[in-house]
Design a protein around this ligand. Sequence first.
Ligand code: ZN
Length: 252
Amino acid sequence: MRITRFHIMLFLAANLAALAVASGNWLWLIAVVVVMFVVIGLGVALPQMKFFGPFICEGDASRKQVALTFDDGPDARSTPALLDLLHEQKLQAAFFCIGKCIVAEPALAQRILAEGHMLENHSFAHSNTTNFFTVPELIADLSQAQAAIQIATGRAPKLFRPPVGLSNPNVFRAAKTLGLWVIGWSVRSLDTKISEPEKIVARIERGLKPGAIILLHDGNIPAGRLVLTVKLLLTKLREHGYEVVRLDKLIG
Ligand SMILES: [Zn+2]
């Protein structure tokens, strides 16, 4: 079994709690339990903490390169315009697709791969309760997405990004069973929440560093906003001297 930061924290918390009980210091015990739950909550919500397993959140930091990743597609309302733009700019991205959207848009899935992009697993149902799934439930959902992508494109993904980036030990167990690497991000654009492309790009710029994995969305997002955001982002990346490479090249 791989020792994770979660295991180390549990070990420390158990020892501190035992000391608190032995010395009859109940306030100390409450403090240990509260801090433990806060840290676990942060570990669930923040992929960058790599708390429950080997979350890949950045790539090679020795070169000024970044990778663009797009979640929640394919979406007939926005993905074609994004693909047109990437084609025009001669850039390749990674698409973390929802299995049920692949079933609805198999031709778009085929186009994503035909144009040299990566098409990876972002669960089948993208359920809000994915983080509460048992290991068998997770394996069933991820396998359904793998099968949908295999049927639509003839190729099964190697990478998995959990919905909303939430993780727990079950996510890593399920992914390992299916031979999938768990992928996060280092820069979250909040492009589904912020409506102005300038503000989205300004937020990305603040998090830019060599090896950055940038999270954007091509599903459930207005096509006009998406295209303007990516155009503006590419201009800013060039200004800062960054090259855009495909995710597999960035994470080697
Ligand atoms: Zn998502």
